[in-house]
Design a protein around this ligand. Structure first.
Ligand code: GRF
Length: 196
């Protein structure tokens, strides 16, 4: 089974890109569910609209990362995904989840890693730093998730030109368009390469 579980913390436009790719049959996968790190995010509305089960598992409801990890694993064991996709998930995945699903968790990041990755590089901060550094090219990366933020092996990247007149918002928007193509493509490739 090509079962995936998506983790999200925000607007969920990458989650939507996965839903759309499944609907238009460019991606052969089933989304078992969405794990959201908080209530009332747009990603949850998107899941509901498409009939995808949602579980809110908020790290601040747990005493420590280990207990948070146990809650995540309990839900993952029920859904039994082959692949976990972090799509705008802003929480550190606990180590026991990473070790149980080693090389089965991927993340999308809005820069050409290893540049502009790691702790503190999220959202608009990434694009602001790219502009301040005078980069001529930026883009997005999909990588396997390991114990260190944004450091796992890179699976695929897509480049986007940085324009003279770019603001963090305009650059983010241009990169997001590429993210929406790259993420479903990578998922399709990983699922087709597997024997699951
Ligand atoms: C994307 O830029 C993604 O690369 C980063 O967070 C953003 C999420 O956007 N990890 P969305 O929630 O998918 O719209």
């Amino acid at each position: 089974m090509n079962t995936i579980v998506v983790f999200a913390s925000g607007s969920g436009s990458n989650f939507q890109a996965i839903i759309d790719a499944i609907e238009n049959e460019t991606l052969d996968a089933q989304i078992a569910g969405l794990i959201s790190s908080k209530k009332q995010i747009q990603a949850i509305q998107r899941a509901k609209k498409s009939g995808i089960p949602v579980r809110v598992i908020n790290p601040s409801d747990y005493r420590n990362p280990e207990e948070f990890g146990i809650a995540l694993l309990r839900q993952l064991h029920l859904w039994n995904p082959f692949l976990i996709v972090l799509a705008g998930y802003t929480v550190k995945v606990p180590d026991q989840v990473i070790s149980e699903y080693r090389n089965q968790i991927i993340n999308i990041h809005p820069s050409l890693l290893p540049k502009f990755g790691g702790r503190g590089y999220f959202g608009k901060k990434v694009h602001k730093a790219v502009l301040e550094a005078g980069e001529k090219i930026s883009g997005c990366s999909v990588h396997f998730v390991d114990e260190n933020y944004d450091e796992g092996p890179i699976i695929a990247q897509r480049q986007v030109p940085v324009l003279e007149e770019d603001t963090p918002d305009s650059l983010a928007e241009r990169i997001l368009d590429e993210e929406h193509k790259l993420l479903p493509e990578v998922i399709a490739r990983l699922l087709s390469e597997s024997d699951n």
